[in-house]
Design a protein around this ligand. Structure first.
Ligand SMILES: *Cc1c(COP(=O)(O)O)cnc(C)c1O
Length: 358
């Protein structure tokens, strides 16, 4: 077991301590004699889990009481539709920055529901990059600006976020709580839990409560942020187990500390990029100034060589390194819970593979 390294992009690696605790609670949750999976979402035991998960996220993100933390279903993809349904009126325009596959999907869903203006599009750039401040062309009085913090597939990440007068909505699915960020600079932040915060089945939405008042009365309550805020994410049966795992992961993040998590993340990314930069054998696909600290993407000289690389890596216990099916190549996802020795193992495999093929 110790020699397996999980580089999957999502669902992805969880802290070992979290899995061990979940294993214990799977049979007997807090000495109740029943499993966490069998506990009522209205019961006292689950209520403690629910409240702690909200509290942990509130503390880790430094949120004020102007914000609500919600647990919703339908994935981050569901949020691509919820956001315009709740925030984009018929006479409004929303600005979106198209930085890659995930931003493009958000744009596609929002365009079904209202007026979308693409404030900048860097998707045809090679190497992949985020737009410069000068390239951003905001609409006057936009309903909101939508950003994708980390492009999980293309391997780019905003090093710092652009400023804007409109409320800012950020898809942080693949880099939430991976680095120190002023979350109060944003009006809505959302993330599927299965990359940095837990398992599939729940999306975390951090929303400035005043923004939720915009939702039209014609929108069914189950799709309105406002109603979920009022019900504290218990409008209907919550995905209790997924929220429970997020509670454990955020408890682990608090114990570790975001500064230390970030130092580790930066260190992991710089060891991998250092390896890529030291040779022409591997070619990074993202521009240096905005390459992702979460998803390190690179190519080899041919698809045949990449396929051999992936086969041998997986033979040595390094799993999930295949690039997204839309782009190919190699992608090493090194989220918060990914260990340094896994990065070192990959770097030494890369050196060895190069020596044998260069
Ligand atoms: C994975 C991902 C999504 C989609 O998440 P789902 O929960 O599968 O809908 C959206 N945005 C980004 C940036 C992602 O990495």
């Amino acid at each position: 077991m110790s020699s397996i390294y999980n580089f999957n992009a999502g669902p992805s690696i969880l802290p070992r301590e979290v899995l061990e605790e979940a294993q214990r609670d799977l049979l007997d949750f807090q000495s109740s004699g029943i499993s966490i999976l069998e506990s009522s979402h209205r019961g006292a035991a689950y209520e403690g889990v629910h409240m702690e998960a909200i509290q942990n996220i509130t503390e880790l993100c430094g949120l004020t009481d102007e914000y609500a933390v919600l647990f919703l279903q339908g994935g981050a993809t569901g949020q691509f539709a919820w956001i315009p349904m709740n925030l984009l009126g018929p006479n409004d325009v929303a600005d979106y920055v198209n930085t890659g596959s995930w931003a493009a999907k958000a744009i596609e869903q929002a365009s079904c529901l209202g007026n979308v203006h693409v404030a900048a599009d860097s998707t045809s750039e090679c190497p992949a990059r985020v737009p410069t401040a000068e390239e951003l062309n905001f609409s006057p009085n936009a309903a909101y600006l939508h950003l994708t913090s980390n492009e999980t597939i293309g391997g780019t990440q905003w090093p710092t976020y652009p400023a804007c007068d409109a409320p800012i909505v950020v898809d942080m699915s693949s880099d939430i709580l991976s680095r120190p960020v002023d979350y109060t600079a944003f009006d809505l932040v959302y993330a599927g839990a299965q990359k940095n915060l837990g398992v599939a089945g729940v999306s975390i939405v951090i929303i400035r409560k005043a923004l939720a008042d915009r939702a039209p009365d014609t929108l069914p309550g189950v799709l309105r942020y406002r109603d979920h805020i009022k019900a504290n994410s218990l409008l209907h049966t919550a995905p209790c187990f997924s929220i429970y795992i997020t509670m454990l992961v955020t408890r682990w993040l608090k114990a570790t500390g975001i500064e230390r998590v970030y130092q580790n993340n930066r260190d992991k990314a710089s060891r991998l990029y250092g390896m890529i930069d030291s040779t022409d054998f591997y070619r990074g696909t993202a521009a240096t100034h905005c390459r992702s600290e979460m998803n390190v993407t690179f190519r080899l000289a041919s698809e045949a060589l990449e396929s051999e690389f992936l086969d041998q890596a997986s033979g040595q216990g390094m799993l999930g390194l295949k690039g997204h099916r839309s782009l190919g190549g190699v992608r090493a996802s090194i989220y918060n819970a990914f260990p340094m020795d896994g990065v070192d193992a990959l770097v030494s495999f890369m050196k060895d593979f190069e020596d044998r093929h260069a």
